[in-house]
Ligand binder design. Sequence first.
Ligand SMILES: Cc1cc2nc3c(=O)[nH]c(=O)nc-3n(C[C@H](O)[C@H](O)[C@H](O)COP(=O)(O)OP(=O)(O)OC[C@H]3O[C@@H](n4cnc5c(N)ncnc54)[C@H](O)[C@@H]3O)c2cc1C
Length: 258
Amino acid sequence: MVNGHLRARVVIGADGANSATRRALGIGPNPPEALAIAVRGYADAPSADRPPEQLIEMTDEGWPAYAWSFPIGDGRANIGYGMLRSKLDELHGGGDGGGRAVLHGTLARMLADQPAYPGTLRAHHLPLSTWRPRQPDGPVLLAGDAASLINPLTGEGIYYALLSGSLAGQTAVTAAPGAAGAVYRHALERELGRHLRHTTLLAGLAGRHRTLMDAAVAAASHRTELFDTLLEIGLGRGTIPAASLARLAVRKLVAGWR
Ligand SMILES: Cc1cc2nc3c(=O)[nH]c(=O)nc-3n(C[C@H](O)[C@H](O)[C@H](O)COP(=O)(O)OP(=O)(O)OC[C@H]3O[C@@H](n4cnc5c(N)ncnc54)[C@H](O)[C@@H]3O)c2cc1C
């Protein structure tokens, strides 16, 4: 912690989902429909006589909404459940503590054989890339969650935090301070722009057509190429293949998808 003042040519705000740097730039939080909320805690891992496996179980509460259990190698598992904030607000009607009850209750129901150790569940925000603040001009750069760079299909953000942090660092040492914001904005667009537009499109479709992601995951289970494509879209910087994009555009025209 630093008291007093520091001077810098460029400042990189890589301070997470509740970024103070972002607030200092006058940029507000993501709206509820572009914000996920997840509770995470610890529990006993499934019994040692079973091979360790990572479990992800989807629910019907929109997309992304899932529970997970990841063994961490010492007999415990990292467990949790997350969903869209807007969907959570709909479910609990806005009462005090209602959201907490829904999140904890759903997790307990979905992982009935792995109850969370008392007191370990904590709630976290995940700002999704379907609502990203425009990187301002000037010497302050936002990276990772502070820039709302979490994949809206999967809730994954580590890849985007590392990539944007690296681009921000490169910009900080190469660009003139006054130009840094614009240079970094263009670098992000070059590296991630197409991917971000495609994931926003897919997240919108998945929100309106509940079966879309189920169908995609089911098809991917026996088509390696589709599996790889979905993995890159959900965890990396993958894009929708041109032929599928054309099919989506035609369906959108025919069915009048908004
Ligand atoms: C429950 C949960 C599970 C997740 N699981 C996955 C997953 O499996 N895979 C995946 O890819 N992503 C996952 N994510 C998302 C991922 O954790 C984030 O996208 C990623 O950590 C973002 O990195 P970041 O560096 O931007 O922010 P953070 O990792 O949040 O780092 C920000 C840092 O800034 C520090 N900080 C904040 N404010 C200040 C301040 N005022 N002064 C000094 N320091 C400050 C914080 O202490 C923190 O160390 C998950 C998120 C949650 C909430």
